[in-house]
Design a protein. Structure first.
Length: 368
């Protein structure tokens, strides 16, 4: 029997969600295959290190706890990435995997791709080919480097495939759909049966907006953050804002000055977040993952960035890009309110059919 050894490297919330879908698919694959078995070792870099941002996801999403936690923690990009490089190298030398599997665009992704390249271990990059074309974003640098070091580039969209082609990358490129859709299909059902967040916060379905703000371009720029907060204070509806630690730190004492319509909570679990998304009437976010989840939940989205990697959502008319301009935010909210009740997320196939994880495993097994 052939055994394929995979080291999966995760470190941040979106990666936990994506890894959950692959882990479930691996279990299913192993239960049916007699000729090939996949041995997965999950390595958590510790990039997100508190319970709300890490441990709870492994518990709720029903995936194995990481075999190894490097406990790197937060820090400046250079220091954090350097610590990951040092510790991941030791793990990979010890494990001798056939593949390093990475997700998205975090420092954990960058470090794992570099370590694998130096040790001549092939990299499979899930969510390859995404581009914002903004090199000021650390995520953009991470994803570009990871793509150019990868042997398998597992793209969620045709746009991502074209982006790679424009950079001269055509070998090993596959359009497989978005593994996040696999997870959302599974976890919406899980959330509906277990989450009580709507009742806990005393919210009424479709009577509130939901917001997340965590990107460095917003949290590290006091003026941009002020513009967003000023816009929120002029919106009449309740805005639920689970507050990322970085955002809380930047706001500081001004937290007390937020308008009364802004309901601040601690970071919520993934399943609670899905329920908040599903029951919101509008979502305002700078998160790439939340943009897609809003689409799958059938909720209009306003993106608090100057660009998005998920251009399909803008083209479909379900997402508006407004940056951090207060007037643009308010205009987008007004535009959305004018079509309230008529909004339809009418093309659920933009990001595949929910079987992306299975397709990824078929490709990996076929390449080895």
């Amino acid at each position: 029997m052939r055994v394929i050894k995979i080291v999966t490297v995760v470190g941040a919330r979106p990666q936990f969600v994506k890894a959950a879908a692959l882990s479930r698919a691996i279990d299913n694959f192993n239960s049916k295959s007699n000729d090939v078995k996949i041995n997965e070792s999950i390595v958590h870099t510790g990039q997100h290190y508190d319970d709300n941002m890490s441990k709870i996801f492994f518990e709720q999403l029903k995936i194995p706890h990481p075999e190894i936690n490097l406990e790197v923690g937060s820090g400046l990009h250079g220091k954090q990435t350097a610590l990951m490089l040092e510790k991941l190298e030791e793990v990979v030398i010890d494990k001798k995997p056939d593949w390093i599997l990475v997700y998205g665009d975090t420092n954990s992704t960058l470090a794992a791709a570099i370590v694998a390249s130096k040790l001549h271990i092939p990299v499979a990059h899930v969510e390859a080919g995404l581009r914002s074309f903004n090199r000021k974003m650390p995520e953009e640098v991470n994803r570009v480097v990871a793509d150019h070091l990868s042997k398998l580039l597992l793209c969620p969209t045709d746009t991502a495939v074209n982006n790679l082609s424009n950079e001269g990358i055509t070998d090993g490129v596959h359009q497989v759909g978005d593994v996040m859709y696999d997870s959302v299909l599974f976890n919406f059902k899980l959330a509906a049966g277990s989450s009580t967040i709507i009742e806990e916060l005393e919210l009424e379905s479709k009577q509130y907006y939901l917001s997340t703000i965590h990107r460095a371009e917003n949290t590290d720029d006091p003026q941009r953050l002020k513009n967003i907060v000023d816009a929120f204070s002029q919106i009449e509806k309740t805005i639920v804002l689970p507050l990322h630690p970085r955002t809380r730190k930047t706001l500081g004492d001004s937290l007390e000055k937020l308008a009364s319509n802004v309901l601040i909570t601690e970071p919520v679990s993934y399943l609670d977040m899905l329920m908040l998304e599903k029951n919101a009437s509008l979502i305002l976010t700078d998160s790439g993952g939340v943009q897609k989840e809003a689409y799958w939940a059938g909720v209009p989205c306003i993106t608090l960035r100057d660009e998005t990697e998920w251009v399909e959502l803008v083209d479909a008319g379900v997402n508006q890009i407004v940056g951090a301009d207060a007037v643009a935010i308010l205009n987008a909210v007004k535009k959305t309110e004018q079509v309230a009740g008529k909004f339809k997320s009418n093309n659920a196939q933009l990001y595949g059919d929910g079987s992306t994880a299975d397709k990824i495993l078929e490709i990996i097994c076929g390449v080895v």
